[in-house]
Design a binder for this molecule. Structure first.
Ligand code: IVH
Length: 676
């Protein structure tokens, strides 16, 4: 075949592959089998290897910024896959239990039994069984939506494909961890840094035949949606899992009391090196499902469970330099650049120094020999420096008084609540004046918990910023794709994928949008509260009147700190422009109120005094579950004041004056058709 004919044949194949990609990714409608797709791709690559002059920038071999996750269709989890709050110390565990007891309005004598389960460091997956048949498997994804990796999961021997036990629920999502045993990883060790990466990489192979070659294991530990599950507690559930043919962790135990949790934690930590899979802590779950249900969730983690992470690994290295990083909220964080060192299997070359006060307190200097600690997935930090090994000519580190990015003055704020000056120094510029703050704001905007734009990571934000393709969040939705296509490392396909990911996110909930803006002190939970309050983007966007701000204080959970931060956000022209530009390019969905037709619909409540056997937090959850609202002060907006033991007289007086219904606990419970 002559050169021209070869070129034509080659181009034709690439064109065909691009059409298949489009059908697969954009329209979720694959027109050929996976095997055919792979065959075509392979043919293109083989041609390139054989004939050097075949070198199209649209070739699949040139795709950069292409995430393998796009190989899979997405699907919603019927029940979200939550994450866990971390605990590191005994103190953290005590606080965890205290919060539970407070929520349940119980005293310390109330015994809580926990299922203590070693936390396997793998990849979580959710397996849906309908009428005993494994029919769909999803990865965690962002917790709400995962990737359909059914065929790959089916290659795992530990996952039963058919279950015919009578007591197996009619429908259930069995959830657990996919992982590789360390001994298997050693044999297979080729291109992955650790067993977790190897498990993740092989689960996401496009071709299940490739997944099959890797000895993946599955351990089950929880469930999502279920219909027909007849157990009352976690430990019985684990037992049932075994009966139904799933593997569970043999080191799971049932225990109670912080002392016993600590003992088990220490025992397992000692055994850690001898266990044939990586564990990074112990998960404690309140055993009783009825109590779990009462406790519910905060943001995206349950109140009834916590991950007790293992203590860290430490190493000694030298501080080469101290850099000042500027964060999204203007905080200046000193970071030590250290001589790269392996700490527990990970090469560490940066360690945080937290803030200016920490440097002063520990007298940390450039050139010092330091102990660096790495705990779990937390950023490594400097524990201490060895003064004896200090270089003779070393000088005290002087923290800059001006922002290293924009030159603005830096300030240490006075915290009205703690009545102390903040340890953190901040750049005083607002909005998008400071380049570093702007870049960090953009990174936050596209991050997982925010807009979650697939394939738009921190590196891409930085490179697009440098190329002046983006400066404000709205620019992300107005990218000039023809320019990107010409950039090094990009081709038609990767640009097509990026455009697809961005377009998909143009439909967004008000809650996510508020969170994405990165307003200081407005995290996930507060963004949720605000979105429930405003319901529509237009209402939020037009926030400017003093009375509107005062109104925000009525939202239970929003305090002065948050309101001041929101005020300062809205007083900045650049932020207002961002909001109006975003309005033009996005479709912001109104907030759906909890079961709109609940028993307490359109009713607002406030509690004063102590209730019997039920905490404030639980009352709040109960009200919200039934479509009611809680407010934090007596005003015309209040419908019911619930009085308990030792109420505040002032609140009752104002309520009487405003002719507000005053009810007691029994009357409140009656409204919910409950007696106790
Ligand atoms: S329970 C709400 N149990 O830890 C319950 N998780 O950060 C959430 N994990 O994504 C999960 N072992 O990948 C649970 N026995 C265990 C676990 C476990 C490991 C992982 C899982 C999850 C992460 C939570």
């Amino acid at each position: 075949m002559n050169k021209i004919k070869l070129q034509l044949k080659y181009e034709e194949k690439i064109q065909k592959l691009n059409i298949l990609n489009k059908l697969y990714f954009n329209e979720n409608n694959p027109s050929v089998s996976d095997a055919e797709y792979d065959k075509l791709k392979k043919e293109i690559i083989l041609l390139e290897q054989k004939y050097n002059f075949l070198n199209s920038k649209n070739s699949p071999s040139k795709k950069v910024g292409y995430k393998p996750s796009k190989n899979f269709k997405k699907s919603l989890h019927k029940v979200p896959m939550l994450s866990l709050t971390n605990a590191f110390t005994e103190e953290d565990l005590k606080n965890f239990e205290k919060k539970i007891l407070n929520f349940l309005s119980k005293n310390e004598e109330f015994k809580i039994t926990y299922s203590a389960e070693p936390k396997i460091d793998g990849i979580s997956a959710s397996l849906t069984y309908k009428n005993g048949e494994f029919y769909k498997g999803l990865s965690r994804g962002d917790g709400k939506e995962g990737e359909e990796i059914t065929e790959n999961l089916k290659t795992i021997k530990d996952i039963p494909k058919k279950i015919s036990y009578k007591d197996f629920p009619e429908e259930i999502d069995i959830r657990g961890e996919v992982f590789i045993q360390n001994s298997d990883f050693e044999i297979l060790n080729q291109k992955f840094a650790n067993p977790r990466n190897a498990a993740s990489g092989s689960l996401r192979q496009k071709n299940p035949e490739e997944t099959k070659k890797i000895p993946l294991k599955f351990i089950a530990y929880t469930f999502g949606y279920e219909k027909g599950l007849i157990v009352n507690n976690q430990f019985d559930y684990l037992k049932k899992l075994n009966e139904w043919g799933f593997k569970t962790n043999p080191l799971n135990i049932l225990t109670s009391g912080i002392k016993n949790l600590m003992k088990n934690y220490q025992d397992i930590e000692k055994k850690r090196a001898d266990i044939d899979f990586d564990i990074d802590g112990i998960v404690y779950k309140v055993n009783d499902f009825a109590i779990q249900k009462r406790l519910g969730n905060v943001a995206n983690a349950p109140r009834w469970a916590i991950a007790h992470k293992f203590s860290s690994n430490k190493a000694v290295s030298q501080i080469i330099d101290i850099e000042i990083q500027v964060g999204r909220t203007g905080a200046l964080t000193p970071v030590a650049k250290i001589k790269p060192i392996n700490i527990g299997g990970v090469i560490v070359s940066n360690a945080t120094l937290h803030n200016e006060d920490e440097i002063i307190r520990k007298d940390i200097r450039i050139g010092d020999t330091a102990v660096i600690e790495r705990a779990g997935d937390v950023i490594p930090h400097i524990l201490s420096v060895d003064i004896k090994k200090r270089l003779k000519n070393s000088k005290k580190f002087i923290f800059p008084e001006n922002c290293p990015s924009c030159g603005s003055k830096t300030i240490k704020e006075f915290n009205k609540i703690t009545k102390k000056v903040d340890a953190v120094r901040r750049c005083s510029s607002e909005g998008y004046y400071c380049d570093k703050i702007s870049i960090e704001k953009l990174k936050h905007f596209v991050s997982k918990e925010a807009f979650n734009v697939d394939g738009f990571g921190k590196k891409i934000v930085e490179s697009f910023w440098k190329l002046k393709l983006i400066k404000f969040p709205q620019d992300i939705f107005k990218l000039d794709y023809s320019k990107i296509e010409k950039l090094d490392g990009w081709g038609k396909l990767s640009v097509q994928n990026l455009k697809y990911s961005i377009d998909q996110k143009k439909n967004i909930s008000l809650e996510k949008l508020i969170y994405s803006l990165g307003i200081r002190h407005i995290g996930l939970e507060n963004a949720k509260l605000l979105s429930k309050h405003f319901v529509a983007f237009s209402k939020f966007k037009n926030l400017s009147k003093q009375s509107d701000y005062e109104d925000l204080l009525n939202i239970d959970g929003i305090g002065e700190t948050q309101v001041n931060s929101i005020k300062s956000f809205f007083s900045n022209e650049a932020n207002l422009k961002v909001l109006s530009e975003l309005e033009k390019v996005l479709v912001v969905k109104n907030t759906i109120q909890n079961s709109e037709d609940g028993l307490l619909k359109n009713k607002t409540f406030l509690v004063t005094g102590k209730l019997n056997g039920i905490s404030r937090a639980e009352v709040k959850s109960l009200i919200e579950e039934n479509s009611g609202k809680t407010v934090s002060s007596v005003s015309k907006k209040l419908n019911y004041l619930i009085i308990g033991d030792k109420p505040t007289k002032k609140k009752i007086d104002s309520a009487k004056q405003l002719k507000i219904n005053i009810i007691d606990q029994a009357e409140f419970l009656k409204m919910l058709n409950k007696t106790s």
